[in-house]
Design a protein around this ligand. Structure first.
Ligand SMILES: [Zn+2]
Length: 479
């Protein structure tokens, strides 16, 4: 895609990392060149010249910036990001080694402001929030894998007190630690919903495809076929006031890994752990309380698996929702596995990888959609694309990894980052629900273009995924 000077300039104003590598910014007054994401002081438009490569910038007599390291990026290495990724891996491995967010900042080697910026850019999070999630994840593992008493689990995971352990564990998991531990032996569990939870919005999302063969929704109950740590299974949810009762069933043997996977999928579907209150406060502070009016507790419901999201965003491109549902149904009925009770498990990537584009023509797939779908499935089957690893990566690396997949553009990639990987600060650029939502929210004469969307959405950082969820609702009647 050819971009104009103004379009590229707007990317550097937004410090938009997704454009890194597509062009380099030369600043004539300072004699340096940068990545679009560089956080240095923004140059005036008349002093900026854009280059397609580092070499071109050097040929014009410019030197690489010492803050954003454009040469390292062009070589495929990104030392600043890698430092933060290594630090996050260390936090996740040993959260108890970090008593607080200050210790994270100290270990990063960056100043506080810069460290916060980097956590926000690469992980859509703050050091404190990332540390807290790592503690809860560590505690979940210890509760299931060991018989250690709760006080020991709390201390070994880095919680300073038993009460803080309980509070955060419940907020992230919807269960107490003792209830969670019962996943070792019981096929039913109960997840408590946050007090402000918008259940009717969730139910509308879950029921959007009445003919789905992978999920079924009726009379207040929902069931979905899903992969439970390698075993195809079905999770049934019944909605009670303030809570959800879940029941796990599977074709094969159900053990703790299957129940843990089922709980993780249910927490994702419910959007537990998302900072809905934080976003609602931000919206009010911006004078945009109407964006959250009537649904301040809205969460973004995630797909039960990354494969679900990947298939869905390729199938759903360029077509309307009912037709996308129909195409998905045909693929799953023909290639998926029928489970007891009549639902179908999604086909394994290997199954889709074994198809040829012509095989999908009778199901009304366009040639291009068929090629994209099979191509992506082949990458997954060949382990070139590791779907399970994406959620543990930095958002930046996950984004770059997915952008390299043919058929996934910025919209699809951000959709996946947001709805399948749970990153908090994404915008599916070009999404008509977002642009018409912004138009309605701000009373604009026309729908904003990509640059205007980026600029208007920037005030919602680091909660742009939740902003998107609200914008999707703004032109719809309440459920
Ligand atoms: Zn720079």
């Amino acid at each position: 895609m050819r971009m104009t000077h103004d379009q590229m300039y707007s990317r550097i104003l937004a410090s938009d990392a997704s454009w890194n590598g597509r062009f380099f910014t030369g600043v004539l007054t300072t004699g340096i060149y940068c990545l679009p994401s560089c956080r240095s002081k923004k140059p005036k438009p008349e002093n900026v010249r854009f280059f397609p490569s580092c070499e071109a910038a050097q040929a014009a007599g410019l030197r690489p910036c010492l803050k954003c390291h454009p040469d390292d990026f062009a070589r495929g290495s990104d030392p600043v990001m890698e430092t933060i990724e290594a630090l996050v891996a260390e936090i996740r491995r040993q959260p108890a080694a970090f008593p607080d967010a200050r210790s994270v900042v100290r270990r990063s080697g960056f100043g506080t402001t810069r460290c916060f910026e980097l956590f926000r850019q690469h992980f859509h999070s703050t050091p404190a929030d990332l540390l807290l999630r790592a503690r809860v994840d560590s505690a979940r593992r210890r509760l299931v894998d060991s018989d250690a008493p709760q006080a020991a689990v709390a201390a070994d995971s880095g919680f300073e007190s038993l009460s803080s352990f309980h509070e955060h564990f419940r907020a992230q998991s919807g269960m107490t630690p003792s209830e969670y531990r019962r996943l070792r032996s019981e096929d039913t569990f109960r997840v408590e919903l946050p007090r402000d939870y918008c259940l009717s919005h969730l139910l509308r999302t879950l029921g959007r495809d009445p003919h789905s063969v992978t999920e079924r929704f009726d009379a207040g109950a929902y069931e979905a076929a899903m992969d439970l740590d390698g075993v195809p299974g079905v999770v049934r949810l019944r909605f009670r006031p303030g809570a959800v009762a879940a029941e796990v069933g599977a074709a094969g043997r159900i053990g703790p890994p299957q129940r843990v996977a089922a709980h993780r999928a249910v927490a994702a579907i419910l959007g537990l752990g998302q900072d809905a209150a934080g976003f609602a406060r931000l919206a009010r502070r911006l004078g945009l309380a109407r964006l959250v009016a009537g649904r301040p507790g809205l969460r973004l419901s995630l797909t039960p698996s990354v494969l679900d999201g990947l298939l869905w965003c390729i199938i759903g491109q360029q077509i309307n929702l009912p037709f996308a549902c129909l195409l998905k149904r045909r693929l799953v009925e023909s290639t998926g596995t029928r489970l007891a009770g009549g639902l179908f498990a999604l086909p394994a990537p290997e199954r889709i990888a074994s198809l040829e584009p012509d095989d999908l023509r009778p199901w009304q797939y366009s040639r291009q959609k068929a090629e994209y779908l099979i191509g992506a499935a082949r990458l997954v089957a060949a382990r070139t694309l590791d779907l399970g690893a994406l959620a543990g990566m930095s958002a930046t690396r996950a984004e770059r990894t997915l952008l390299a997949v043919r058929g996934l553009g910025p919209w699809s990639v951000n959709y996946l980052l947001m709805r399948s990987l749970g990153f908090a600060d994404c915008i599916p650029l070009g999404d008509t629900g977002v642009t018409s939502g912004l138009q309605a929210l701000l009373g604009l004469e026309e729908r904003p273009d990509a640059d205007a969307t980026l600029r208007l959405m920037s005030v919602f950082s680091p909660h742009r995924s939740l902003a998107t969820a609200h914008l999707w609702q703004i032109n719809r009647p309440p459920p």
